[in-house]
Design a protein around this ligand. Structure first.
Ligand SMILES: Nc1nc2c(ncn2[C@@H]2O[C@H](COP(=O)(O)OP(=O)(O)OP(=O)(O)O)[C@@H](O)[C@H]2O)c(=O)[nH]1
Ligand SMILES: Nc1nc2c(ncn2[C@@H]2O[C@H](COP(=O)(O)OP(=O)(O)OP(=O)(O)O)[C@@H](O)[C@H]2O)c(=O)[nH]1
Ligand SMILES: [Mg+2]
Ligand SMILES: [Mg+2]
Lengths: 294, 276
């Protein structure tokens, strides 16, 4: 583990009378590798390490009897601080209907997460959600959402005609929600690349016309270095309100969590921890910090 | 400043940044950069061009020759496996269209009986491409779907049976056991068939891709890799590390969401793209 590696370095340095900046650089190198191995973005690691170095050259480390522990504490605290607050999930407020759009790359877990969120809001918060299948491209996408909705006993709107555009469908669903008293509308959108001009414009049009109160970027926890560009572009073009990290039940270290926070400042609101509709958890920064550090 | 430039620390860090950001993986980048710094110190690497050439040659050596999908006479069975959402079902649509165009008799087994509309998604694709598909109701035992598909394949003189499976994390032991059972069913009921086990990887995945490949390979014996979503901004550098450690050939790459977005893996082209 990282703390064992750092302890070994400091044990070798114990015979020295005083720690030098060079000694600290050796330790920082080890921390840098740990973060890169966790898939934290290269440039984000550089910024993070320089911040940690500033603190590590202070009295608490240089004059400590347990410098390894002190540095680990600085790294952990900095990581937890950057990862943001413990989330309270999605808070649904008036005016109703409260529109939530789920967006992200292909296969990141949006449709499943829409089901999980609707299930959570219904069972834990007593809300009346309406699911909307805005993915009219992917084969059987509507069917996938319909099956999920029926499983959790939530109403849904999907494209029956085969020729509605996602924007029109969202408009229809919002009218239905107002008329029939649904308090929250959750729009499941098609997966898309952040560089796909037409697909990003489609989302911008939805955002312009219907002013969603939450635009959640769904990100696969195993994503690599491009997490930064994906998060940055979705945020710049749409103004996302938060992230959902999925597939955290795997063994990916999830360093993307730090990268997306550093680049956008937007909060991580929820965590997907499995394929079942109950597998949705709040975000706890200290748990994610431990996982990233390995 | 590309070209015949003197190699300072700035240029060396630039190459390190490119390598890291292509998802090559920490250990591989560290070992390459050690070689680079050594070569610069010895004066063997003088310019940025020398550097790029050295790294590209190393990658091409690791990736080896282009390898096409091996098909034999008689029944061929292609078992498609991989983590959730990595593009298995879409890849099968693309591959079956390609094989059908090459004159092969193709049959698809819609054996993702677990995920909502897992069967339906594969069936819709098969109908779109006018390719026969064997399916049962959702929730059926995937091994039983595979068993049916093999019987059907033998009866109809099928050349290639492609099996779609549910996505799964390699960390879930019971799901890996389910895959092993599917493989056993294939080997028991089509003992003379040529079996390929293709693992799909998402190009946007980071270093977990190596762990995925190791685990699936340990459990199933992977014969080829498919890297999907290379049309994204991710470079998919992890496949170089995977080839280096496991020596599994990369057969196909996925470059989009339509049935035509499939290419045979070309090592030279891939390495060129890595440095753009
Ligand atoms: N293990 C695990 N699997 C998940 C999780 N969330 C989603 N999945 C699985 O990931 C795969 C993709 O999920 P989808 O909900 O279809 O993803 P999507 O983003 O809607 O995909 P597109 O609409 O094609 O872009 C499915 O197999 C899901 O069951 C999670 O938290 N853990
Ligand atoms: N951009 C892009 N998208 C792709 C590619 N291959 C698949 N996709 C998309 O990725 C998403 C997931 O693809 P699927 O074929 O459903 O993936 P899967 O592995 O079968 O998913 P599960 O069965 O849920 O595990 C879909 O939206 C596909 O259209 C590709 O090469 N490029
Ligand atoms: Mg979806
Ligand atoms: Mg599938």
């Amino acid at each position: 583990s990282l703390s064992q590696k750092l302890q070994r370095i400091f044990d070798k340095l114990k015979r020295k009378a005083k720690l030098t900046e060079k000694d600290i650089d050796l330790v920082l190198k080890e921390i840098r590798v740990a973060l890169l191995e966790a898939d934290v973005n290269y440039k984000v690691v550089r910024v993070f390490i320089s911040r940690v170095k500033e603190k590590a050259l202070g009295k608490e480390v240089m004059e400590s009897f347990t410098p390894a522990q002190q540095i680990i504490k600085i790294v952990r605290d900095e990581l937890v601080y950057l990862l943001g607050e413990t989330s309270k999930g999605i808070i649904i407020k008036e005016p109703y209907p409260f529109l939530i759009l789920m967006v992200g790359l292909q296969g990141s877990g949006k449709t499943t997460t829409c089901g999980k969120l609707a299930n959570f809001l219904k069972k834990e918060k007593g809300k009346r959600p309406l699911l909307v299948g805005l993915d009219v491209k992917r084969p059987a996408a509507s069917r996938q959402l319909a099956i999920i909705a029926e499983k959790i006993g939530v109403s849904y709107v999907i494209d029956e005609s085969g020729n509605a555009t996602p924007v029109e469908l969202l408009g229809k669903a919002l009218k239905k929600a107002e008329k029939e008293g649904y308090d929250v509308v959750i729009g499941d959108t098609a997966g898309r690349l952040q560089i796909d001009e037409d697909m990003m414009s489609e989302l911008e049009e939805m955002e312009r016309k219907y002013k969603p109160r939450e635009i959640l970027l769904v990100i696969d926890a195993m994503i690599g270095q491009e997490a930064v560009n994906v998060a940055k572009t979705f945020n710049e073009r749409l103004g996302i309100t938060g992230f959902i990290l999925t597939k955290m039940d795997g063994d990916a270290r999830g360093g993307a969590a730090l990268s997306i926070r550093e680049i956008t400042g937007k909060p991580i609101k929820l965590i997907g921890t499995g394929e079942k509709l109950e597998d949705l958890e709040f975000f706890y920064p200290d748990r994610i910090a431990s996982r990233i550090l390995g | 400043f590309r070209g015949k430039t003197e190699l300072g620390e700035e240029e060396i860090e630039e190459i390190e940044e490119i390598l890291f950001q292509s998802d090559l993986g920490t250990q591989m980048v560290i070992s390459i950069m050690d070689k680079v710094r050594d070569g610069v110190k010895k004066g063997e690497i003088k310019t940025y061009e020398d550097l790029e050439k050295l790294v590209k040659e190393d990658f091409l050596r690791i990736l080896g020759e282009k390898k096409t999908l091996e098909l034999k006479d008689g029944l061929n069975v292609i078992l498609v496996i991989g983590v959730n959402g990595t593009g298995k079902t879409t890849f099968i649509a693309k591959l079956s269209k390609r094989l059908k165009k090459q004159g092969k008799k193709v049959l698809i087994a819609a054996a993702d009986t677990f995920r909502a509309a897992g069967v339906k998604q594969m069936v819709v694709w098969a109908e779109r491409l006018n390719i026969p598909v064997v399916a049962q109701q959702e929730g059926a035992d995937p091994s039983s779907v595979v068993f049916d598909a093999i019987s059907s394949a033998k009866a109809r003189g099928i050349d290639v049976l492609i099996v779609d499976t549910a996505g799964r994390l390699h960390t879930k032991k019971n799901l890996m056991e389910e895959l092993k059972k599917i493989k056993r069913v294939i080997m028991k009921n089509a003992p003379s068939a040529h079996l390929e086990v293709l693992l799909t990887l998402d190009a946007t995945t980071g270093q977990n891709a190596l762990i995925q490949a190791k685990n699936f390979h340990e459990n199933l014996g992977v014969t080829g890799l498919v890297i999907n979503k290379l049309d994204s901004t991710s470079r998919g550098g992890h496949i170089i590390t995977i080839k280096n450690e496991l020596n599994i050939p990369i057969i196909f790459i996925g470059t989009g969401e339509t049935e035509d977005d499939l290419e045979e893996f070309n090592p030279e082209k891939f390495v060129e793209e890595l440095f753009k």
